[in-house]
Design a protein around this ligand. Structure first.
Ligand code: ADE
Length: 224
């Protein structure tokens, strides 16, 4: 899968996209992530990516020209399944959305900044608008990193143990059960006995019971 991220702050994406599992996914050729600095697509000598809003509101607005130039160049090179705009007024991101995006071939993610982007960009280019929650960040970069991370870890081969992406919280609308590692007894704080029993069916039942109990207690909304 290929993800192209368009931003005026490429530095904000550098470390989230180049560490740990996301780095390994790219090194293994399972995901291609390209970050484009919109300033490189400007045509004026000051490389301006924003300007004053018409109508005299406060704050700056991202200009249409660099976004158009970048998206047009990318679209001339390959087909894109979605052009996603990260915005607090988009649809709230969830695991189901991550699952369906992970099945796509090529996507563009556009990060907003300043007061917003020229609305014509949304009308002309954007096919999907995503929010990562009901709060406002300084830009779409961290949201884009969240969405990219959630998608890439689902790609086949990215997570060593294929089971582990499937058993995540939310994957079946249940919170994940607790997990433990050695030692089995630390300062008298013991790991649940059943996990040491080696009895696979009992362990599976315990995990399901725990998942149900935690979901009922912490996120009853998930159970409908
Ligand atoms: N840009 C600023 N805040 C955001 C949010 N909550 N989700 C997506 N993009 C954003």
């Amino acid at each position: 899968m290929r993800i192209d991220i368009l931003t005026v702050m490429p530095e904000m994406l550098e470390s989230p996209l180049n560490c740990s599992i996301l780095k390994r996914a790219q090194d293994k050729g399972l995901a291609e992530i390209h970050v484009h600095n919109l300033r490189d697509y400007t045509t004026d000598k000051h490389r301006k990516v924003d300007d004053y809003p018409f109508g005299g509101e406060a704050g700056m607005v991202m200009k249409i020209q660099p976004v158009d130039a970048c998206i047009s160049k990318l679209k001339a090179e390959r087909n894109y399944d979605e052009v996603i705009f990260m915005t607090p007024d988009g649809k709230t991101f969830d695991q189901q959305m991550a699952n369906s995006l992970s099945l796509l071939e090529n996507i563009i993610i556009l990060c907003g900044h300043y007061k917003g982007i020229d609305y014509r960009i949304r009308e002309q280019f954007v096919t999907k608008e995503i929010s990562i929650g009901d709060y406002v960040l300084t830009g779409g970069e961290l949201p884009a990193a969240c969405v990219t991370d959630a998608i890439v870890r689902l790609l086949p081969g990215v997570i060593g143990d294929e089971q582990s992406a499937l058993s995540d919280s939310f994957q079946d609308n249940l919170l994940a059960p607790p997990v433990y590692t050695r030692p089995a007894d630390y300062k008298g704080w013991k790991v649940p006995e059943v996990l040491l029993s080696g009895h696979e069916a009992k362990i599976a039942q315990w995990r399901l019971d725990q998942a149900m109990e935690r979901t009922r207690r912490l996120r009853p909304d998930l159970l409908g």
